[in-house]
Write a protein that binds this ligand. Structure first.
Ligand code: FHN
Length: 587
């Protein structure tokens, strides 16, 4: 089938200034209302609505990107879109099976779209007939059925609610392809649809664990406050995410699919897609496998966050079987390593070139994503007391020899990689270890010096976000705004003397040739060009551009096992067209 991208699609996301409520600067760190959430760490997000019936196709065209935005992308009028309801008859919807899958995947809460931007309610609403009971042949309240299944299984349930965008309603935002919202009165929409529907959700479905708002856009502080007050009055324990807007809410939802590079303060979550869409798209098979999901989950927990992974059931109500199989594999791993995730938190040592670390009380869990050369795992950090180490396998825990060293310990693992999805080593420490100064460079890996850890002079570290497909977000911390006087520096120490390859990951929009750069380590110098990386200058969705990162080899150097500094400097003014995400040293 032919695929289609639409020109107008951008300003769509142009519901700025608050796309994600990212102005929120804090989440409550310790509050008995949020403790269970922090302990849970892993939840299921469900996007389900009329868009699931369309599966990413309209009028013979296939739209690649997030499926729940199909109405917007194909410019389907609200009147035509409403007719899809007469086809929506999810006969195979089995909410018990969904809850059982969430349990099997090790997920500890569920949040489902009660009303997405399309405006259609998945439950019986007295204030809008555009709902599953009144407008579809299915005729039953899908949320009531899910709430009952969750209650039976003791699974906390929350509702996603799109409070600003509603493409069906004349008084809301987001429908910019018709003139139905030209005379919008948003306060009227708030009073006549949003607040009554939120009341319905909070009074008709038992205990609601979350109300999850989205794309606050132009909503003002008084309007966000009114919504929050309604939630607080009806269910004071219900948690609200930051996308309610205007720096409100109990915890922060980061940008879509965003995993921060470093630990993040307060209560927060990463929300992620299983493939490249939230709502079901028949042609999207870009699934993340079990290993990738666990890696992302562990990286989030290691930085103190919760991870909510989405599933997109189809129009019949079926979660794609491949997605379900992958989730079950994730769950099998989690069952074996529950303490490393549930109730676990921050790595005191940051990430390592071979993996990451989570902590639970006096125990540290090392998650080995890359098996070490010759089975010798070096853990950088200052360990002042004796440490006991065990490696977990299907047969149970096996003690490992711990060899103390300067600013590190070393563990002798078997020579060959474990067959476990992600091998875990448990360290029992009497005292929490401290991070080693600077970056310890280990042999046999790519040792990354990220932008966010550089010491900067006349250069900035900024987060860049862009879409690869429509609605499929990527994020990177980058060194930007380079000038002739700029310097970025990283301190590091190779564990052993080594011949090392130095790589630069960057993107550049400078089309008229290249920019020249120098990299210094002590008195050794490398000079190299950075050419245009082929960024797409138009981007998708009206966003300034789509970044394209490339990794080049700047050169090789002999490094001694001593503390030293890597300095990166541009030689030309045009360097301001360059974004650098990291420098890395590999052996
Ligand atoms: O526009 C929505 C999108 O469809 C999806 O629901 C995501 C999930 O976080 N939120 C918005 C974009 O950030």
């Amino acid at each position: 089938m032919a695929s289609k991208n639409t020109e107008h699609e951008g300003c769509a996301f142009g519901i700025d200034p608050e796309m994600w409520g990212e102005r929120m600067t804090r989440g409550d760190t310790s509050d008995c209302r949020t403790d269970w959430f922090r302990m849970s760490r892993f939840g299921m997000f469900i996007h389900w609505g009329l868009y699931s019936e369309l599966a990413g196709e309209w009028n013979g065209y296939s739209y690649h990107g997030i499926g729940e935005w199909l109405q917007f992308r194909a410019r389907i009028s609200a009147a035509d879109y409403a007719k899809i309801a007469s086809r929506f008859n999810p006969r195979e919807y089995d909410p018990r099976a969904w809850v059982a899958l969430a349990k099997a995947a090790g997920m500890r809460y569920i949040i489902i779209t009660s009303k997405h931007h399309e405006g259609f309610a998945l439950y019986k609403s007295a204030v809008s007939a555009f709902n599953i009971v009144d407008a579809t042949p299915y005729g039953k309240d899908a949320l009531a059925e899910l709430a009952a299944a969750c209650r039976e299984a003791d699974m906390p349930l929350g509702f996603y609610y799109s409070q600003t965008q509603d493409w069906h309603e004349p008084d809301a935002f987001g429908n910019n392809w018709e003139d139905i919202q030209a005379k919008r009165n948003f306060d009227r929409y708030l009073e006549q649809k949003v607040l009554p529907q939120i009341r319905e959700l909070l009074t008709g479905y038992g205990k609601v664990a979350f109300l999850w708002f989205d794309t606050p856009g132009a909503i003002d502080a008084a309007q966000s406050q009114k919504i929050l007050q309604t939630v607080r009055e009806l269910q004071p324990d219900c948690l609200v995410n930051s996308r309610i807007g205007n720096n409100m809410g109990d915890y922060q939802s980061l940008g879509d699919q965003e995993i921060p590079a470093t630990a993040h303060a307060g209560m927060w979550e990463t929300i992620d897609t299983h493939n490249d869409t939230w709502g079901y798209v028949a042609t999207d098979s870009c699934w993340k496998g079990p290993r990738e999901i666990l890696t992302r989950l562990l990286r989030v927990v290691a930085k103190g966050g919760c991870y909510m992974l989405n599933v997109g059931p189809d129009g019949a109500g079926v979660i794609p079987p491949l997605s379900a199989d992958i989730l079950r594999e994730v769950g099998a791993w989690l069952q074996q390593h529950a303490d490393a995730v549930y109730g676990a938190g921050l790595s005191p040592l940051g990430d390592f070139p071979w993996g990451t670390c989570t902590s639970n009380g006096a125990r540290l869990f090392l998650h080995v994503f890359i098996w070490p050369p010759q089975g010798r795992l070096v853990v950088p950090g200052i360990f002042r007391e004796k440490v006991n180490a065990r490696m977990w396998s299907r047969q149970g825990g096996e003690s490992l020899e711990v060899i103390p060293g300067e600013n590190h310990i070393a563990l002798n693992l078997p020579m060959h990689a474990s067959s476990l999805l992600i091998p875990v080593i448990e360290l029992e420490c009497q005292q929490t270890p401290q991070p080693a100064p600077g970056v310890m460079v280990l042999e046999g890996y790519r040792n990354e010096f990220p932008a966010s850890r550089a010491k900067l002079t006349e250069v900035e570290c900024t987060k860049q976000s862009w879409m690869e497909k429509f609605g499929d977000w990527k994020h990177a911390d980058c060194l930007t705004q380079w000038k002739r006087e700029s310097v970025a520096e990283w301190r590091f120490k190779p564990l052993l003397s080594m011949r090392a390859t130095i790589q630069i990951e960057y993107s550049s929009t400078f089309e008229n040739g290249d920019t020249k750069w120098q990299l210094w380590i002590g008195s050794q110098k490398l000079e190299f060009p950075l050419i245009a990386s082929g960024e797409d200058s138009t981007g998708i969705g009206g966003w300034p551009r789509r970044m394209r990162f490339r990794t080049i080899i700047a050169g090789t150097l002999q490094l001694n096992a001593e503390e030293q500094c890597l300095r990166l400097v541009p030689l030309e003014r045009e360097a301001n067209a360059v974004n650098i995400t990291s420098v890395s040293i590999s052996t």
